[in-house]
Design a protein around this ligand. Structure first.
Ligand SMILES: [Zn+2]
Ligand SMILES: [Zn+2]
Length: 298
């Protein structure tokens, strides 16, 4: 066997909040010597076909995925779903709910701000957001700065937009355990993304929590991620080994949308990918699916 494969299983294109098109992303992977690439846009499979077409031509092996916005014990958790059947009705339904929640959040947030006496509408947000496809709270914060209501984004989040703020609008997220079951039933496998990243509360994702999720069908955890400092990676890796969970590592690349996350800055070991693909193949067989798991097939 030739040189050890470079495997990056968690990346974003401009179909969610990355800046490269799916085609550009695959070509970049080829240029940087990435052998296996996971495309995992937030809550959508829209980039899959374009990425698969380019993968066929370049020989980069594409693992089609989704990073699903979930909730566990009241806290947001990102779930990487690999190789699910994108047409599986319960999955289509849940992703539809998550996406609808995203697009209804902005008008609801602005409504609350107006009820607080702030004269702001969607045009103010468009003006600061430019061409961004995913307008979110940071853009609302920028509009508030522009209007002279707050000095900076921090103040906007503290006074209005953060979870304790009066203009905070709850956004729908899928129930984590239910989503793990849905992905398994659709013939795919799941890995918790950056479970111990500092900005997320991980108290529910402790050993007991992860053991319970493993019972529910969880295949693995993302250990090597830029949001995990070295000591955190070491503890999480031990815990994952103890629970017999697959260990992955990835860049969470967003193009210029996120600095210090270049493709393959973290990678997954080939043996771990093999375990993940074996589990996916078993799930696909159990679901009665017969699809090429990785593009191009070999
Ligand atoms: Zn994430
Ligand atoms: Zn991500």
């Amino acid at each position: 066997m030739s040189a050890r494969q470079r495997i990056d299983l968690h990346t974003h294109s401009d179909r969610s909040d990355g800046t490269d098109s799916p085609a550009e992303l695959v070509r970049r992977a080829q240029r940087l010597g990435v052998d296996v690439l996971g495309l995992t846009d937030h809550d959508t499979t829209e980039g899959w076909q374009e990425a698969a077409d380019v993968a066929e031509r370049t020989g980069v092996r594409l693992v089609r995925g989704i990073e699903v916005s979930c909730v566990f014990h009241g806290y947001g958790v990102h779930l990487l779903a690999f190789l699910p059947d994108p047409a599986y009705p319960p999955l289509v339904e849940e992703l539809g709910r998550v996406l609808a929640g995203r697009s209804s959040r902005l008008p609801a947030t602005l409504e609350r701000l107006r009820s607080l006496g702030i004269d702001i509408d969607v045009h103010d947000v468009h003006q600061v957001a430019g061409k961004s496809a995913a307008m979110g709270r940071p853009h609302v914060a920028d509009a508030l700065i522009e209007l002279g209501v707050v000095r900076d984004r921090n103040e906007a989040f503290e006074r209005f937009l953060g979870p304790q703020g009066p203009a905070y609008v709850h956004r729908y997220a899928a129930d984590l355990e239910a989503m793990i079951g849905i992905i398994a039933a659709s013939g795919g496998v799941t890995v918790i993304a950056h479970p111990w990243a500092s900005r997320h509360d991980h108290t529910a994702l402790d050993e007991d929590g992860l053991a319970r999720l493993h019972e529910a069908g969880l295949a693995g955890v993302e250990v090597d991620h830029e949001d995990h400092p070295p000591q955190v990676r070491a503890r999480l890796r031990d815990l994952a080994r103890g629970l017999d969970l697959v260990v992955t590592g990835s860049s969470d690349y967003h193009g210029v949308g996120k600095i210090d996350h270049e493709l393959a800055c973290n990678t997954t070991a080939p043996e771990e990918l093999d375990r993940l693909l074996d589990l996916a193949a078993a799930a696909a067989r159990a679901a009665g699916r017969d699809v090429p798991l990785v593009v191009p097939a070999r």
